[in-house]
Design a protein around this ligand. Structure first.
Ligand code: UT7
Length: 323
């Protein structure tokens, strides 16, 4: 028997305010046409003043618990993937724990846009090693708070939101037919830190800073690295792209999503695409896409999902999960 982390519930939350490209046109020197053609983004959500990352996370987690048919007290570990915490500390995870009343321990994972993949891999390790039985994994971000509104190359791309999943330990046969996380693949290369970063911080400037990105370079790395990490994760589970029912990719750019699917030989009708409605919500983007796709009835039990993401660090990786 092999311990597996199976997906028991999914949920998401988007702030009420929808910002269409036409509104962005009034804020910076850009056009709906440019944003749509270059990134696929049509609209994004922005958190209201005073609405915090932890608030978004609590809403998404509540929806995931409901979907799982569980109470907060059933959770024994809580992990939040975020790069936009309410405060420097405590962690968003402990804030959420305080608001929801989950049992056990809680902590944040920071791997920027790859954060959810890193958090899922961490949760998987806790479950398969017997250190936790039910883990709430949340991706939550308020990237609108770290935009430079004088930089049209970045500020048109990002949005706010949260998604959450409940993972539960179950016994599998140890084959690729098992339900649950079958493999993960994590990578990072600190030599590329200057391609995507925030130009402030506690230890350096004592300010929050704003996002800075060399978009073209990040694009190049994304196209090169995402298909590779997805295929490596599949290989670890003795699977190939032909076995994949759904790619649930990080939602940064529809062109990156399409090229990655093409490289893997996976048809676009097997790729979840939500970037048009959410923009890039960093660590929240995969669980948001997962939850939206589930609520649209896209998934059936037993299907094979691959999640893949890349972001600042650079950090990238993939998770293979059977429903
Ligand atoms: O989530 C973390 C990972 N992040 C990503 O994956 C993002 C990766 N990068 C990208 O998605 C793309 O590189 C962008 C969407 C950021 C940019 O697309 P691009 O095709 O690489 O455009 P570009 O940067 O080469 O810019 C093309 C032109 C430039 O004008 P010139 O030099 O050709 O005259 C820019 O000045 O578009 C201009 N431009 C804009 N025009 C209108 C740049 N931003 C804008 C804008 N509106 N907002």
């Amino acid at each position: 028997m092999t311990r597996r982390a199976t997906l028991r519930g999914v949920g998401h939350y988007l702030p009420a305010r929808v910002v269409e490209n036409s509104e962005i046109e009034t804020m910076v020197d850009t056009t709906d046409e440019w944003i749509k053609t270059r990134s696929g983004i049509e609209r994004r959500h922005f958190a209201a003043e005073g609405e915090l990352t932890s608030d978004l996370a609590v809403h998404a987690a509540t929806a995931a618990l409901k979907d799982a048919g569980l109470d907060a007290s059933d959770i024994d570990a809580l992990i939040v993937a975020t790069s936009t915490p309410d405060q420097t500390f405590p962690s968003v995870a402990t804030v959420v724990q305080g608001k929801l009343g989950t049992a056990g321990f809680a902590f944040d994972v920071q791997a920027v846009c790859a954060g959810f993949v890193y958090a899922m891999s961490t949760a998987n390790a806790f479950i398969t090693s017997g250190q936790a039985q039910r883990v709430l994994v949340i991706g939550a971000e308020t990237f609108s708070r770290i935009m430079n509104w004088d930089d049209r190359t970045t500020c048109v791309l990002f949005g706010d939101g949260a998604g959450a999943v409940v993972l539960e330990g179950t016994d599998g046969a140890g084959t690729s037919a098992d339900a649950g996380i079958l493999s993960t693949d994590l990578n990072s290369d600190g030599n590329f830190g200057d391609l995507l970063y925030v130009n402030g911080g506690v230890s350096s400037t004592q300010t929050t800073g704003v996002l800075v990105m060399q978009g073209k370079e990040v694009f190049r790395h994304a196209v090169e690295k995402l298909a590779k990490t997805a295929e490596t994760a599949l290989e670890k589970a003795d699977l190939t792209p032909d076995d994949v029912d759904w790619i649930v990719p990080h939602q940064a750019n529809s062109r990156i999503i399409t090229r990655t699917a093409q490289k893997m030989g996976v048809a676009m009708d097997r790729v979840v695409m939500t970037v048009q409605d959410h923009g890039n919500t960093s660590a929240a983007s995969i669980p948001l896409a997962l939850s939206v796709a589930k609520s649209e009835g896209k998934f059936t039990q037993g299907q094979l999902l691959v999640m893949e993401a890349i972001g600042g660090g650079l950090a990238w990786g993939a998770v293979v999960l059977r429903l």
